[in-house]
Design a protein around this ligand. Structure first.
Ligand code: PA5
Length: 434
């Protein structure tokens, strides 16, 4: 079976094979630190071998809880922020239809809360839930993060009024630490079903734990295939020493070589709107892992062709501190052809009988060529198909590359001390006592 692949043909004018070969020693050493668990943040490296450690019975337990929620719920609300939310949303949005009435009969709608503090958002959510049969999955590793804690307090209040205390406790699952935190205490007290986030896995590397897998299973997606894809990618990376054939080695090397050449912004570009949240997850994974100690590549994302009519100008022509990584889906549907028109008033007959995917592919190729000639290096990540198996591969590939890349930058990729600053100010302003 094919793997996701890194296509570097548009990098030739920016990086030579010789440069990559010279850099390979650093990459091997960084990966050795990761797999040998000797580097910075080594107590948070449980995700490295996770795909081969998830047992059939763990997956079954997740699936059973998901099936129960799927039967009793028209809506399932997933409460969380950052790494406790983005992975699930990324995969669910990538693999479920964009229009609500496309959902299969009885298929629950997945909604999200606790990732902002907007009164208007949460007020509308509660109003929407008023006449719905719904359930809640609340996710917080620390169990004390303000945004999901507030959203959960609102939802708990609402769901208890609607279904009674016992009914509500059957409609709530908590995913949190095995011992610590307010959410753990609350779940024990209220008798909620809980899943544990392992101690040695941090939020943004937790999508292959119940944090990601439970909401994803609730959306009817095959989680066994996701884990299988991740495991195959893990084994492939572990066994391929040639930097030119190992996508995680090559990607982390290229990013860091470009960074040393003052390309300090990486834009992840996609041409399919349903993978927008894959980019959001990726931005958080790399941004929160690498951006510290005065270092780090700024992670941004664009949806093309939409953003070719906005940020495309800047990418083509602005400050030359950008490189671009393109997510390219190699199989498109080819179901929708452009019809012929008798009078051709819109002058589109030159495209008659062409698939929309073909037009999109040509837009991609034209853009890659334009941006490359405008001095913006392009890396292409080729994904054979958008399905659970390849999403699993993609997730693990990015996680492993991120760990290596963080070590190449000589930062601790597994902490996030910088996010405390706003919290301290906010707590002071809100008059929190401790
Ligand atoms: O990646 C991370 O560690 C963070 O983004 C956390 O996931 C995020 O801050 C939420 O934390 P918690 O799960 O403790 O509520």
């Amino acid at each position: 079976m094919k793997n996701i692949n890194l296509n570097t043909e548009y990098l030739k004018n920016f990086i030579t094979d010789e440069e990559i070969k010279k850099f390979s020693e650093f990459v091997y050493n960084a990966d050795k630190e990761l797999t040998g668990r000797t580097g910075k943040g080594k107590e948070f490296l449980g995700w490295v071998t996770l795909p081969e450690e998830i047992s059939v019975s763990e997956l079954e337990d997740i699936r059973l809880s998901a099936d129960k929620f799927r039967i009793i719920s028209e809506v399932i609300v997933v409460v969380g922020i950052g790494g406790s939310y983005l992975g699930a949303r990324a995969i669910i949005e990538a693999l479920t239809p964009p229009f609500k009435n496309d959902y299969g009969k009885g298929e629950p709608e997945i909604l999200y809360a606790g990732f902002n503090l907007s009164e208007s958002y949460h007020e509308k959510l509660l109003a929407y839930l008023e006449d719905k049969e719904y359930s809640v999955i609340v996710i917080s590793k620390s169990g004390t993060t303000t945004e999901p804690a507030i959203a959960f307090r609102l939802l708990k209040n609402h769901i208890e009024k609607k279904f009674g205390k016992i009914g509500a406790s059957e409609r709530i699952i908590a995913i949190t630490d095995s011992e610590k935190g307010a959410l753990k205490k609350l779940s024990t007290q209220e008798n909620y079903k809980t899943f544990i986030i392992p101690d040695d896995i941090g939020g943004r590397f937790s999508v292959l734990t119940p944090v990601g897998l439970l909401p994803i299973a609730c959306a009817g997606i095959n989680i066994t295939e996701i884990v299988k894809g991740a495991k195959d990618m893990m084994n492939f990376i572990n066994n391929e020493n040639d930097i030119f054939k190992n996508p995680a080695y090559l990607y982390s090397a290229i990013r860091n070589i470009l960074y040393k050449k003052n390309k300090s912004i990486e834009i992840l570009a996609s041409y399919e709107p349903n993978i927008t949240y894959i980019s959001e997850w990726w931005k958080q994974l790399f941004g929160e892992s690498e951006g510290k100690d005065g270092k780090g590549i700024f992670t941004a994302s664009v949806n093309f062709t939409t953003d070719l009519h906005s940020l495309g100008q800047l990418i083509q022509d602005g400050n030359r501190n950008i490189f671009e990584t393109v997510l390219k889906l190699n199989s498109n549907k080819n179901n929708l052809t452009i019809p012929n028109s008798d009078n051709d008033l819109d002058e589109l007959n030159y495209l008659s009988d062409k698939n929309l995917s073909y037009v999109n592919d040509m837009a991609m190729l034209g853009t890659i060529q334009a941006h490359t000639s405008g001095n913006c290096p392009n890396i292409i990540i080729e994904i054979p198909q958008l399905n659970p198996y390849y999403i699993g591969q993609l997730i693990y590939f990015f996680e492993r590359a991120c760990g290596i890349s963080g070590y190449l930058l000589e930062v601790n990729p597994f902490d996030q001390p910088g996010v405390e600053e706003y919290k301290q100010n906010m707590f002071k302003l809100l008059g929190k006592s401790k």
